[in-house]
Design a protein around this ligand. Structure first.
Ligand code: UFG
Length: 364
């Protein structure tokens, strides 16, 4: 992978100016978390990942430091916040597989809701006062009266279609109440479909198992796995496949830095969509991958996947007004090109190798 000097991670001796206050990033060794570490460090703040490495990778903490721990361990969180003088927490750690949440909701409530309670308790016990929470478009669910062209605003009905979405909504409500009661300030960022990879080539998407459309489509085209199954082509959308709002992971990471800087009163909570406002179909994603790689994507048409709404597209206007944030690198072609570069030569987490990259060493 090619890297440029400005993409080099900080060495410990060149760490960001401590004057801006360190940020603890729970789940920082994960796909989105690793890109957030980089964005936080580039904003001039030290970034500290807090991650149990159950789903993340040591190699993904290329920017910032790693403290290994379970987010439900409040004492460990307090110790990490105090040791690094963190003034803010970005809380990402949680389970994300929507399908698995329907068969093991207990694990999702424990990890996602108890985990958030633990973070809030740790913040109350320390000087960390600003929280940015990793929420999801899954809090909205499907409005049967909606049309494919409707955009979701933050006020759209909340009726999650999965236990995963339920836990994100419950966590948001717990955070809002805790802000009011204890004087914290927080922003929940409702992610739409994060995709793509960092321009340095050092960070990219690595899930076990991988369930997301863009990596699966690229890996099918590269022959790293079998044909892609298109989950239904009979939806009420222009080409019959589902519409999603794909957001480049670097843009999504930038929204977290904007949320750290947002003007909020003590006690204030707000929720903000992070998307582009543009829906793309599964077939459009396949065409973009074929353009980027100049080769066909082997695919079959399969049945619909349980719980997939026809369309999930953000109205991103509050993010612009509240955070001054707009996507910069989120055209579908830019997203797919960056993801294709990563999957051609991933530095860690390569499922196809049969030996998933796991940390060989620990940092504290
Ligand atoms: N899809 C396929 N074939 C596949 C995988 C996906 O056709 O093999 C389709 C899905 O049916 C869907 C679209 O591609 O229409 C996107 O699916 P993803 O699994 O990539 O993403 P989701 O929209 O299901 O979910 C993602 C995150 C969730 C988050 C949600 C918010 O995984 O955590 O976006 O929009 F809640």
């Amino acid at each position: 992978m090619q890297t440029s000097a400005e993409d080099e991670p900080h060495s410990p001796g060149q760490r960001a100016d401590k004057g801006r206050g360190a940020v603890l990033v729970t789940g920082g060794a994960g796909y989105i978390g690793s890109h957030i570490l980089k964005a936080v460090e580039e904003s001039g703040r030290p970034a500290v990942a807090f991650d149990d490495l159950s789903h993340g990778f040591l190699e993904a903490c290329a920017w910032g430091e790693l403290v290994q721990g379970d987010v439900r361990d409040t004492a460990a969180l307090i110790s990490a916040i105090e040791r690094h003088d963190a003034v803010a927490v970005i809380h990402m750690a949680g389970l994300i597989e929507v399908g698995r949440s329907t068969v093991r909701p207990d694990l999702f409530w424990d990890q996602n809701v108890q985990g958030t309670a633990s973070v809030l308790a740790a913040m109350r016990a320390t000087a960390a006062r600003r929280l940015v929470f990793s929420s999801s478009a899954a809090v909205y669910g499907h409005d049967p009266r909606g049309r494919w062209s409707d955009l979701l605003t933050e006020e759209s009905p909340k009726d999650p279609a999965s236990p995963y979405g339920d836990t994100k909504l419950a966590a948001e409500r717990m955070i809002a109440a805790s802000c009011a009661a204890f004087g914290l300030s927080a922003i929940a960022l409702r992610y739409f479909n994060a995709a793509g990879a960092d321009s340095s080539g050092r960070l990219g998407e690595a899930h076990h198992p991988e369930t997301h459309l863009i990596p699966l489509t690229i890996q099918a085209a590269l022959g790293q796995r079998g044909p892609l199954t298109v989950f239904g082509n009979d939806f009420d959308t222009p080409d019959g496949t589902c519409l999603r709002d794909y957001i480049h992971v670097a843009d999504l990471a930038g929204a977290h830095v904007a949320a750290l800087d947002a003007a909020l009163e003590p006690g204030e909570f707000d929720a903000v969509n992070v998307g582009t406002g543009r829906g793309r179909s599964v077939f459009e994603v396949i065409e973009a991958v074929e353009r980027a790689l100049d080769r066909p994507v082997p695919r079959t048409i399969g049945a619909r996947r349980a719980g997939d709404p026809p369309s999930l597209v953000a109205d991103p206007s509050r993010a612009a007004a509240r955070l001054g944030w707009r996507p910069r690198s989120s055209s579908l072609d830019e997203i797919v090109a960056s993801a294709a570069r990563w999957h051609a030569e991933p530095l860690y987490g390569d499922e196809g190798s049969g030996t998933p990259a796991r940390p060989s060493a620990r940092r504290a």
